[in-house]
Design a protein around this ligand. Structure first.
Ligand code: PMP
Length: 367
């Protein structure tokens, strides 16, 4: 019999599934930063909610018992999301961030099966699928990160894939896929299709309109980007009600804690502010893009709150030099097809100026 005082945990690790051991823990390369660091590495909203809105949430939180479980399915949150996107609460399952939404969909559709996804895409989309027990088959995106529906469908049929994952707009490339391409995949898929719309507020492209006729389409959305609620961890799935009823079985009850459940409806009530900030971010994104081009860099088109660009020199060196100047962006150059690229989130005009100024100085200094 094993006793607790036997040395080392090696035995235990041996029992972890090999595909889990092969994964990397999600950790950000984020050098220690002072409070005035510019954080443009996580595609967050650049501005916090005003204190008045937070106080409204805090009052709700004070009035909520903490020794009781909250609503198991976060009913008030589903209600508010339904009003926001114009669908019935029965089409919505709330989750702890959209990462949990992905996890729940993978578990329900594809555990023991196959998920096909384009590459490059959101890194956790793959990690979570593997963790949920699915095999992942990646299909390279085409020129300028365009979706190739024939290639995706060919692979999906050859592998009898239970699920196809698409993020549109795509992260980290920032582009929306062509509507014809996504509709062709929805029409021809052998199984279900997830469209990850984490950045839907930054674009006019959405597949919400397909839900009425396509029972096999599931949308994933979040409060973490345009809604400025990354710290609250609120995301959701949207699909036809019978599908949502099944997906709920793979979402733990009480997944949204009392804070998340108090806050999300208040943020929806103040959504005008988020919408006006989305407009600011769109204008800033264009300004940052033009400035990068002005520095001779290649900029990829984006309909999100971030921009993928090629600095024209070793990305890791540029990333490090920016970090040393207190400007954090994302080094995505380790991903396939992105060897020359960095990704920068769009911040406030002042944040963006600091980023651009630091970058211009590096250039001037020949770094
Ligand atoms: N999907 C995409 C495409 C993302 O970029 C992200 C976060 N970067 C997520 C999902 C997950 O976000 P969250 O769990 O905060 O909702």
């Amino acid at each position: 019999m094993k006793t607790a005082d036997q040395p080392l945990a090696i035995d235990g690790v041996r029992h972890i599934r090999p595909e889990i051991r092969a994964l990397q823990v999600y950790r950000l390369a984020a050098p220690a930063q002072g409070p005035d660091a510019v954080r443009l590495h996580q595609n967050e909203a650049p501005e916090d909610w005003p204190d008045a809105v937070k106080r409204e949430v805090a009052e709700r939180l004070v009035a909520t018992p903490w020794h009781r479980y909250p609503s198991a399915r976060a009913d008030a949150v589903c209600e508010a999301i339904g009003q926001m996107q114009g669908t019935a609460p029965s089409t919505i399952a709330a989750t702890s961030g959209s990462n949990e939404a992905l996890w729940a969909a993978y578990a329900a559709f594809a555990a023991g099966g196959t998920v096909v996804m384009p590459s490059p895409t959101y890194s956790m989309a793959k990690t979570l699928a593997v963790a949920a027990g699915a095999r992942v088959v990646e299909v390279p995106l085409g020129e300028r990160f365009a979706l190739d529906p024939e290639a995706v469908l060919r692979v999906a049929h050859a592998r009898r894939a239970e699920l196809i994952y698409l993020a549109s707009p795509n992260n980290p490339s920032g582009n929306v896929f062509s509507r014809e391409a996504v509709l062709a995949i929805i029409a021809g898929a052998p199984g279900a299709v997830i469209v990850d719309e984490a950045y839907w507020e930054f674009t006019s492209s959405s597949y919400l309109d397909t839900l009425d006729r396509c029972g096999h389409v599931v949308l994933v959305r979040t409060f973490s980007k345009a809604m400025g609620g990354a710290g609250l961890r609120v995301g959701w799935l949207t699909a036809q009600p019978p599908v949502i009823a099944e997906l709920m079985k793979t979402i733990p009850p009480y997944s949204l804690n009392v804070l998340a459940q108090a806050a999300a409806p208040v943020l929806v009530a103040h959504r005008d502010l988020a919408v006006s900030r989305v407009r600011m971010i769109g204008a800033e994104r264009e300004r940052v893009g033009r400035a990068l081009q002005g520095l001779g860099m290649t900029v990829y088109p984006s309909e999100t709150n971030f921009v993928l660009f090629e600095p024209g020199r070793a990305p890791a060196v540029v990333w490090q030099a920016l970090a040393e100047r207190g400007v954090l962006i994302r080094n995505v150059s380790g991903s396939p097809r992105l060897g020359a690229c960095l990704r920068v989130s769009i911040g406030t005009p002042a944040d963006n100026d600091r980023f651009l100024t630091a970058l211009a100085h590096l250039r001037g200094a020949g770094q």
